[in-house]
Design a protein around this ligand. Structure first.
Ligand code: TYD
Ligand code: MG
Length: 466
């Protein structure tokens, strides 16, 4: 085959014809795991998600050969590492989760479902920083400047002094960041910004990755600390999580239920601190308020009714007392309902099976509801015993410990009906004692099995903890 150049000159063989203009290519990107493929598939070849592939157009690079020049590695001892003081956000719980404040030039991703309070938290942090004489900038692609002002009016501190930019175009945002050079900037949210050179819609994996990537590069170059707000999907994952997690220094997760007042903030990843801590907040009229002594709150609210028990939980390195409640009620439904709020559904199923098989408490065809009061989520095996005691107490209609004072407990339930020890028993015990909870039921000599623990709890005798 030949290619005619129209001018009547020589024919050029098509095989040697190299187009000069970069040709846009089409790829299909999975919105869950960012796997790319040349063809559309109903199921993502990477993660198996259905109907998650979206088309994206890319302009191919201009075909220049990559640089082959070798770079000189540097011995670590010769690397200049400046130590920066951390920037305090004025919110004690947030500073603690970050590992002592914001590290200058770092990138923090704050995830959470809509309405949880991400904008409120970041507005408050910027207000405090601005009040402390730092240069800040609040970039919002979600709300208008007027809406942001209305929220800021409710907030304490210098929230009204924070400069805002309501903008969704990434290039404008980057240019503004470069011109203003704030020390701390909030981008609310990463899903609303739009890079004009990508054809896909704002919020798609390609866009989110591009936006985060370009913000990261500018922020590192200009030493701007950026708090990136990100929405979580229905399934509870940050949209395009794997795309962003490796890019940022710190991933914070804001959890809780919108209708409840309590919210928890925890670090899923932190390059400058531990990921063990959790902060508890309460949403009030005037913004988020830190709950420094969450245990006192939850114990104070605990009932002594049948179906209630206090769990001495560990939230990272910090003990936290929370009330676990259960309701067992006759049901016509087949299969009966198993509802778990604040604990894992599978753990509930396991505990119910062990209760029936090894402890003589069968719930049979009754509906079972288990709830961690206050909207807190506990994700640790130490919660098993609390679930078991609450369900047994509800099923029997008997208050634990005779209903005099709230009973506390912790421990993992094994498949053969044994109680297994969990981390930090001493700190859990100390926390329960601090609030005068007695007895505290935990894995020990006299309480080696779930059956024995039930006997102690329902009989109201003192238990010796391990
Ligand atoms: P918001 O920070 O906008 O949530 P997100 O950015 O995560 O979507 O706030 C969520 C809710 O909090 C909103 O429904 C109103 C409520 N709220 C208060 O109760 N008190 C307050 O002082 C503020 C600012 C908000
Ligand atoms: Mg918001």
């Amino acid at each position: 085959m030949t290619f005619a150049d129209g001018g009547g000159g020589e024919n050029v063989r098509l095989a040697t014809y190299v187009p000069r203009v970069p040709k846009p290519t089409t790829v299909f990107v999975c919105s869950a795991c960012a796997t790319e493929s040349a063809k559309w598939h109903g199921q993502c070849p990477g993660c198996g998600a259905w109907n998650a592939l979206a088309e994206e157009t890319r302009t191919a690079p201009n075909g220049r050969a990559p640089s082959r020049r070798a770079a000189r590695p540097v011995r670590l001892a010769e690397v200049q590492a400046e130590r920066h003081d951390r920037l305090s956000t004025g919110i004690g719980e947030l500073d603690r989760i970050l590992g002592g404040g914001i590290v200058p030039g770092s990138l923090v991703l704050i995830g959470g479902s809509p309405g949880i309070g991400k904008s409120t938290l970041t507005s408050m942090a910027l207000g405090n920083l601005q009040g402390a004489g730092r240069r800040t900038l609040y970039v919002s692609g979600e709300e208008s400047a007027a809406q942001i002002r209305l929220r800021a009016e409710r907030l304490p501190g210098a929230a009204l002094e924070v400069p805002v930019l309501a903008e969704t175009d990434l290039d404008t945002v980057l240019a503004t960041l470069d011109a203003e050079r704030p020390e701390v900037c909030v981008v609310d949210s990463v899903q609303t910004l739009h890079a004009a050179d990508l054809t896909s819609a704002a919020g798609s994996v390609g866009q989110v990755r591009e936006v985060a990537d370009r913000i990261t590069r500018l922020a590192k170059a200009r030493n701007i600390a950026v708090l990136l707000v990100g929405h979580v999907t229905k399934e509870g994952a940050l949209a395009g999580p794997r795309v962003l997690e490796h890019l940022v220094d710190c991933v914070l997760q804001f959890e809780g239920e919108r209708e409840r007042t309590y919210r928890t903030l925890r670090a899923l990843k932190n390059r400058f601190g531990s990921t063990n801590d959790v902060g508890v907040f309460e949403m009030r009229q005037g913004g988020l308020v830190e709950v420094a002594d969450a245990s006192a709150r939850f114990v104070g609210e605990a009932t002594r009714a049948p179906g209630s028990v206090v769990l001495a939980a560990m939230e990272g390195s910090r003990p936290l007392l929370v009330e676990v409640q259960a309701l067992v009620s006759p049901s016509e439904l087949v299969p009966p309902r198993r509802v778990a709020n604040g604990i894992d559904r599978n753990r509930l199923a396991l505990v119910l099976a062990v209760l029936g098989r090894h402890a003589g408490v069968g719930v049979g065809s009754a509906d079972v509801f288990v709830n961690v009061a206050g909207g807190v989520r506990v994700d640790e095996p130490g919660a098993d015993l609390a679930v078991a005691l609450a369900v047994a107490s509800a099923a029997r209609g008997v208050a634990l410990g005779g209903g005099e004072s709230p009973v506390a407990c912790f421990g993992e339930v094994g498949l053969t009906g044994e109680l297994r020890s969990v981390g930090h028993p001493d700190r859990r015990l100390a926390e329960a004692r601090k609030f005068g909870l007695s007895p505290v039921i935990a894995p020990g000599e006299a309480t080696a099995t779930l059956r024995q623990a039930l006997k102690v709890a329902l009989g109201g005798r003192q238990a010796r903890a391990a």
